[in-house]
Design a protein around this ligand. Structure first.
Ligand SMILES: Nc1ncnc2c1ncn2[C@@H]1O[C@H](COP(=O)(O)OP(=O)(O)OP(=O)(O)O)[C@@H](O)[C@H]1O
Ligand SMILES: Cc1ncc(CO)c(N)n1
Length: 267
């Protein structure tokens, strides 16, 4: 069985972070492993507390996995600060991990900080050069590129700039374009652009969409898919999960990780 690792924050509410990643790995039939960078107290209404674990805890978890089990692909999510990012970058180099998906989580939907401002430099300069693919949403792409994204052509310009950091593929997610009838994502391979478009659903149950999408890419890469097939499957997975989103809690409910497999069983 192929293995996938997530290095991210815990969401006790189960919709985002480590919990979303492990659910996605399971649904896509890879063995899931996790390295926790921070524990968050969180629910569908927002983030009530952030408790980082510190670099030693992160490094020791990575070593435990690498020295025994290894992994076929990995993703990073919430990393909290530059010390944690630098420690992870060193480990990715030490273990020659090539299939690294970086989801550059910065701010939660409710506006709470999940990455310190001081860490953005390390993210760009230490982690992105080691990454296979980076998956920013529009505000994250603005932060990483330094330009404002108003329209689709701006996404292309931002992707070009982010690509200069050395990452192989840049995938900018269009989920934050709320007035559009479609959710249109853009992949850039350093030369050409590829669009992944699906119906946009009007729903408030979108907690953890980014985590779920990037962990689906990771699972597919672990199984040996190329980047284009991995992104296409991840897009189908997240679209189904949003369409069947779950009304749990009083705020932004989670997506439904079971929706994709349920549909393929019905077919
Ligand atoms: N309402 C929606 N309907 C359909 N697809 C959506 C919707 N919202 C987001 N998506 C898709 O979900 C995926 C994740 O995108 P999004 O921009 O929401 O990520 P994110 O902002 O990083 O998520 P998070 O809030 O979890 O950090 C993308 O493929 C995007 O196009
Ligand atoms: C732990 C964690 N990671 C990522 C996100 C972004 O959705 C979140 N809300 N919480």
């Amino acid at each position: 069985m192929k293995k996938a690792l997530t290095i991210a924050g815990s969401d006790c509410g189960g919709g985002a972070g480590i919990q979303a990643d492990l659910k996605t790995f399971q649904e896509l039939e890879v063995y899931g492993m996790s390295v926790i960078t921070a524990v968050t107290a969180q629910n569908t209404l927002g983030v009530q507390g952030v408790f980082p674990l510190g670099t030693e805890a992160v490094v020791r978890q990575i070593d435990s996995i690498a020295e025994d089990m290894g992994t076929d692909a990995l993703k990073t999510g919430m990393l909290f600060d530059s010390a944690i990012i630098e420690a992870i970058a060193e480990k990715i180099k030490e273990y020659h991990w090539e299939k690294t998906v970086v989801d550059p989580v910065m701010i939660a939907k409710g506006g709470e900080t999940l990455l310190q401002q001081e860490a953005i430099h390390a993210l760009k300069n230490k982690l992105l050069p080691l990454a296979f693919i980076v998956t920013p949403n529009i505000p994250e792409a603005e932060e990483l590129s330094g330009i404002k994204i108003h329209h689709f052509p701006d996404m292309k310009e931002a992707a070009r700039i982010i690509s200069d950091s050395g990452v192989r593929y840049v995938m900018i997610k269009g989920g934050h374009h709320e007035n559009s009838p479609v959710s249109r994502d853009l992949l850039f391979d350093g030369r050409n652009f590829y669009e992944y478009t699906a119906k946009r659903f009007v729903t408030k149950n979108t907690h953890g969409t980014g985590c779920t999408f990037s962990s689906a890419i990771t699972a597919e890469l672990a199984k040996g898919a190329d980047v284009f097939d991995a992104v296409a499957t991840a897009k189908d997975f997240i679209t189904a999960a949003i369409e069947d989103g779950i009304q749990i809690g009083n705020g932004h409910g989670p997506t439904n990780h079971w929706a994709y497999r349920k549909r393929s069983m019905v077919k």
